[in-house]
Design a binder for this molecule. Structure first.
Ligand SMILES: [Zn+2]
Ligand SMILES: [Zn+2]
Length: 362
């Protein structure tokens, strides 16, 4: 997870940066509804999402009778240019783009009491609109519509038709709201999340697996060590034994000298230790504390366990040879698990070797 955290952070930073920079490009479309009576005295209602709110316009409703400037259709100049004012019923100024800034056109209409301003695009621009900026005329609803739509309205109004217009907020648009971007971002988010989860699951499974393998091998080694320990020679020390008479002999595990009557274990390397001291040590480490001799290898337990896994050979027939000085003597191994009491010849109180050791010294 250590590696995925910076990736997630980067993605978050990227997303927040994207949202922040796209806020500047965010724009609202405007729903434009017009209604009028045609030549046959029939009510005509038209409705389209064809306007774009100006960058500085409040995004809210506005309605009124569509009104054109008296002279210049572009509605520029400081003088009153509409034949309506504050006392007229609500009206909406319809002006053409060009000649002066958007702010000037919008301010001129606002000064005369317009409820909103609709700017239509220049000739030949079809239905295209721009996101107009009008920072000096910000507290009036101002939208832009395409030239085609604008000219249609101009013709109607010039024919003397009273066109009622209702402007309503449409929907927000921006690079991050684009379908493509939404698609891309959701896929990217999904991929990053899925990758993080997969990575986490993989790491956890891997860890669990190696832990169980380690536990299993530890368990197996302990079992093998137990087996090997049972095969080691055990002696009860006597008063006349060299180990009890000389101070140079001591158990390397507890650092104490041997006393008569104590039970010692003789490892395959001939090093001797208290039986109670060396057994827990061997269970954990399986090597002689003095010479690091591996008792599993020395007794051939490892190979045998592997073989017995498939072959079921019984360990009670194994005979090991323990080398002591120049004398070689064979120790028949017994299987403590065997129900035969003769085979249960116990090492914990093993007097069978005493004769041998005496003979060795003899
Ligand atoms: Zn000891
Ligand atoms: Zn040793």
């Amino acid at each position: 997870m250590g590696k995925t955290a910076p990736h997630c952070l980067l993605l978050l930073l990227y997303l927040s940066g994207l949202v922040r920079c796209s806020a500047a490009f965010l724009f609202w479309t405007a729903m434009v509804e017009i209604g009028y009576l045609n030549n046959n005295n029939e009510t005509v209602d038209k409705y389209c999402e064809c306007g774009v709110f100006g960058r500085n316009s409040p995004v809210e409703k506005a309605s009124g009778i569509v009104t054109l400037p008296l002279g210049d259709p572009k509605g520029c100049g400081p003088d009153p240019i509409y034949n309506r004012n504050f006392s007229s019923p609500p009206w909406i100024a319809l002006v053409k783009r060009g000649n002066c800034t958007f702010s000037e056109k919008i301010s001129a209409a606002k000064r005369q009491g317009a409820a909103g301003v609709v700017v239509y695009n220049v000739d030949g621009s079809g239905n295209s609109t721009t996101h107009m900026a009008h920072s000096d005329a910000s507290d009036i609803v101002a939208i832009m519509i395409g030239n085609t739509k604008g000219m249609e309205l101009v013709r109607l109004v010039k024919n003397g038709t009273d066109v009622q217009m209702l402007i309503e907020p449409g929907s927000p648009h921006g690079p991050w709201m684009d379908t493509y971007w939404l698609y891309f971002l959701s896929i990217a988010f999904f991929i990053v999340t899925a990758a993080s989860i997969a990575y986490f699951v993989f790491i956890s499974a891997n860890r669990l697996y190696s832990l169980s393998v380690h536990r299993r091998s530890e368990k197996r080694l302990k079992l093998e060590a137990k087996k090997a320990i049972k095969r080691l020679q055990v002696r009860t020390l006597k008063r006349e034994d060299e180990e009890t008479t000389s101070d140079s002999h001591m158990c390397a595990v507890c650092i104490e000298s041997y006393k008569p009557g104590e039970v010692v274990t003789v490892l395959t390397c001939d090093h001797i230790f208290h039986k109670t001291c060396i057994e827990p040590w061997l269970l954990e480490r399986r090597t002689c504390p003095m010479c690091k001799c591996d008792i599993l290898k020395a007794l051939g337990v490892e190979e045998e366990t592997k073989e017995s896994g498939s072959g079921n050979s019984s360990p009670d027939v194994t005979v090991i040879t323990v080398a002591g000085g120049e004398t070689l003597y064979e120790v028949p191994l017994t299987d403590p698990m065997s129900p035969d009491p003769q085979r249960q010849q116990h090492r914990y109180d093993n007097t069978a070797f005493e004769g041998d050791s005496q003979a060795m010294r003899g």
